[in-house]
Design a binder for this molecule. Structure first.
Ligand SMILES: Cc1ncc(COP(=O)(O)O)c(C=O)c1O
Length: 424
């Protein structure tokens, strides 16, 4: 069969189902907010409305009940949530925060916002999450927090991370933006660190347009999150707060409209995660033994949330480059993504060592060695990005067996063609 990239007929000629989860429930909930006339009830002064309006509070109550945490604090994004989490942890200039380079940029920017230095540790090739051995090697007396990401929906190695920080005072911040509904031995992703951060942006498993939720069992951290969310500096006096560290506040407040949508989406979480797992399991079974492809690894007793379905590619095994494989597969009508993000330390900000102001703070500070981020810092992340990682975004509710069979047929066609070219 001639490959579509060489002029043959594509395996698939229609688009894959889109991910649409907003229904009548969300529409009704939004109309009720509009009818109430109160689109946000937050006020940045100490008093009853400091904690927001009825939907915001209802969402926080429902979220903490669902995930079994003492507190849930809504934010207007997971980015805000990560920033607030680092602030609540008391991180400041001179501190270091260990973080993965293979994640959305805010996971590391959260450290910079408080003047701390992101220290990049490498990732595990199997799960793409932080490698505990690399984390251990990068801990110094200045390490104040570790931000581990449950990348693509697979929980990081939280048990080992917990063992590493035992008796050190280092706080574990879980970036679970991509992992709502994932579990590790029965415990929800997002609740595996000291503070967990979820995203409700449009692209996530459940969403409300833009939004985030931070969970913790620690009363004091929750209080600090609330202050950072809502103009803490204007509130501390009336509240009687005496520890002022990092209590300069922001406006990270979620509106009543987003909260109303998120409340409905939370009810759908399980029914939106299960089809992802089903589709992923089906693909993994069908792709077993495909030369040059390694389907996503899942640690024992983990439920992967499959924000995306990520595979590893081996050019020698497949008999072609990753670029050629991806181009050929796309020509067959199967959308595939190559690599994820460039390892974060290759972003211009890290490369140039320019954060805040013209003097290069926090990378350059008087009396301290300049922090640089050379290539080769995290070789596994670099290898995944440059040579191995591929991912699909269509393993979600709405995808049918027939769609997945097209994916398998497209992959088989491309790989088979390469095999025949080698043996011909
Ligand atoms: C791992 C990770 N962390 C943080 C974020 C930030 O989420 P938000 O867009 O809600 O700020 C994202 C969003 O893409 C993400 O994937």
């Amino acid at each position: 069969m001639t490959l579509a990239i060489d002029g043959g007929t594509p395996i698939r000629q229609r688009p894959f189902p889109e991910y649409r989860t907003i229904g009548d429930e969300e529409k009704r909930a939004v109309m009720a907010v509009l009818d109430s006339g109160v689109l946000s009830q937050f006020v940045g002064v100490w008093g009853p409305d400091f904690l927001g309006g009825p939907r915001v509070r209802a969402l926080e109550a429902a979220w903490s009940e669902y995930f079994g945490t003492a507190h849930a604090v809504t934010m207007n994004s997971a980015t805000s949530g990560l920033y607030a989490a680092v602030g609540a942890a008391g991180v400041g200039p001179g501190d270091e925060v260990i973080v993965s380079p293979y994640t959305m940029s805010a996971s590391a920017a959260a450290a910079l916002v408080y003047g701390a230095i992101p220290v990049f540790a490498d990732i595990e090739p199997a799960t793409f999450c932080l490698d505990p051995a690399s984390v251990r090697a990068r801990i110094t007396p200045r390490t104040k927090a570790i931000i581990a990401v449950d990348l693509f929906g697979h929980p990081a190695a939280w048990d080992e991370l917990r063992r590493i920080v035992r008796d050190t005072g280092i706080l574990l911040i879980e970036d679970a933006a991509q992992a709502p509904g994932a579990r590790d031995r029965g415990r929800w992703a997002g609740t595996l660190g000291d503070i967990g951060v979820f995203s409700l942006n449009y692209h996530k498993t459940i969403h409300c347009g833009e939004g985030g939720v931070v969970v913790t069992d620690d009363d004091r951290l929750a209080e600090r999150l609330q202050l950072i969310r809502n103009h803490g500096e204007a509130v501390v006096k009336a509240k009687g707060e005496t520890d002022l560290v990092n209590l300069i506040g922001f406006n990270y407040r979620m509106t009543e409209i987003e909260a109303a949508i998120a409340l409905e989406q939370l009810k759908k979480l399980e029914e939106l995660v299960v089809p992802r797992v089903r589709a992923a399991d089906y693909l993994t079974a069908k792709l077993a033994g495909a030369p040059g492809l390694t389907p996503p690894a899942v640690r024992p007793d983990v439920r992967h949330g499959y924000y995306v379905y990520a595979l590893r590619f081996d050019a020698a095994g497949a008999g072609m480059t990753r670029g050629r494989f991806a181009d050929a597969l796309r020509a067959e009508g199967i959308p595939v993504n190559v690599g994820y993000v460039e390892p974060l330390y290759r972003q211009p900000m890290y490369r140039a060592g320019i954060g805040f102001g013209r003097e290069g703070f926090p990378f350059r500070q008087p009396g301290r060695p300049t922090v640089t981020y050379p290539d080769g810092l995290c070789p596994v992340a670099e290898r995944m990005h440059e040579r191995e990682l591929l991912y699909f975004t269509f393993c979600h509710a709405g995808i049918e067996r027939a769609d997945l069979d097209d994916v398998v047929a497209g992959i088989t066609k491309v790989l088979e063609h390469a095999r025949q070219a080698v043996t011909a």
